[in-house]
Write a protein that binds this ligand. Structure first.
Ligand SMILES: NC(=O)c1ccc[n+]([C@@H]2O[C@H](COP(=O)([O-])OP(=O)(O)OC[C@H]3O[C@@H](n4cnc5c(N)ncnc54)[C@H](O)[C@@H]3O)[C@@H](O)[C@H]2O)c1
Length: 348
């Protein structure tokens, strides 16, 4: 199964299915026919997985980076760039990112800036990577001041989403990916009752099609692409506050699930949707095994402050919200209303 991301000269396909990682060498040959060397960026723990049999068909080097967000650090970026130079990677050669969203974000960014741009192929190995991070060309590393603050848009030559590699994913990382899937299901205005007949492959395909379609309409996020931030205003705030306390307390997906539960309640309080839509959101989230309950760890004040400082919020309370005209970005949501809905939500 292939989903096209038609961006003119930068068009590529996202291939999905069991075993598609074995198409890597053929993809590189087709999209980078002059390549002689390939550098695979991955982690030691992923390299030890039973499915790790990456074959580029070229002279192959492997650069290992840490798992998780540490891959997206300035120091890792510098080390990887130096290692690419040591491998004498040329502009015709390719980089292959094999890993979760953190590794494909790093691999995509270094590919975007090394020699002012070399080709990159992503083999996303996490659910978040397959349904979101590896598609659309957004790449970045983190700064101490915040996540993804230095980055670029660098579209890959292709993305291979192999369902076989997901078998080794931890339950927490699987659920994290399902939160992004829930977001897509809801953005597509689907009912919870239809989830029962959908396989994981169907859900991945739905999410990939949605993301590819939105990226084709709005590659650089001047409009429609912002809708993919549904559930992320409160989600990011919860994530930032959790990160300040301790790294592993709350994952991105867990925060997004709560953010989705809150966003629909806010839309309901603003008269944009009825109670049935709130119930549908809750049922979608719980059917996928996601908890949307807001714990008591953060004060309402700190949540509101963090939401107003979100880098996509432009210093006011901005949410993607459903409504009669579909989903839209709503700016200047009154502070008092946000607090009131948060209080009620916490009490549920
Ligand atoms: N570029 C984008 O458009 C975009 C979109 C969404 C998220 N992101 C970024 O993606 C990152 C989150 O991605 P993530 O949730 O994949 O986290 P991650 O990359 O940190 O991976 C989570 C953990 O899962 C492990 N893992 C990955 N695949 C595995 C497998 N098949 N088997 C066993 N373990 C595996 C990783 O080693 C890691 O320990 C964040 O940095 C986020 O900013 C980017």
């Amino acid at each position: 199964m292939k989903v096209p991301v038609d961006l003119g000269r930068r068009a590529y396909d996202v291939s999905l299915g069991a075993g598609v990682r074995h198409e890597l060498a053929a993809l590189i040959q087709e999209r980078a026919p002059r390549a002689r060397e390939a550098v695979v960026i991955t982690s030691a723990s992923l390299r030890a997985q039973p499915w790790f049999d990456v074959e580029t068909g070229l002279e192959q080097h492997v650069i290992e980076v840490p798992d998780g967000e540490s891959a997206k650090s300035w120091s890792t970026l510098e080390r990887v760039s130096e290692e690419l130079a040591t491998c004498r990677l040329s502009r015709h050669d390719v980089i292959v990112g094999v890993g979760g969203g953190a590794i494909t974000d790093l691999a995509g960014f270094v590919a975007g800036i090394y020699l002012r741009g070399v080709g990159v192929v992503h083999v996303p190995t996490s659910l978040v990577g397959q349904v979101d991070a590896a598609i659309g060309g957004k790449t970045a590393v983190n700064l101490r001041a915040g996540k993804n603050l230095v980055g670029a848009i660098h579209q890959p030559l292709g993305v291979l989403c192999d369902s076989e590699v997901l078998a080794t994913l931890s339950e927490r990382d699987r659920l994290g990916g399902l939160a992004e899937v829930a977001k897509c299901w809801l953005l597509e205005d689907r009912r919870a009752s239809d989830l029962a007949s959908a396989s994981l492959e169907d859900l991945i395909l739905l999410a990939v099609r949605l993301k590819a379609g939105i990226v084709m309409m709005d590659e650089t996020e001047i409009g429609q692409r912002a809708l993919l931030n549904y559930g992320h205003t409160l989600g990011h705030a919860l994530e930032i506050l959790a990160l300040e306390r301790g790294r592993d307390e709350l994952r991105h997906g867990e925060a997004v699930a709560i953010g989705l539960g809150f966003a629909v309640r806010l839309a309901h309080a603003m008269g944009r949707v009825g109670a049935l839509e709130v119930a549908n959101h809750d049922e979608v989230l719980s059917t996928l095994g996601l908890s949307w309950r807001l714990g008591g760890g953060d004060s309402i004040d700190s949540l509101v402050r963090a939401m107003a400082h979100d880098k996509k919020a432009h210093h006011d309370l901005t949410f993607v919200l459903p409504g009669a005209a579909g989903f839209e970005v709503v700016h200047h949501v009154p502070d008092g209303l946000v607090r009131e809905v948060l209080e009620k939500f916490r009490g549920e």
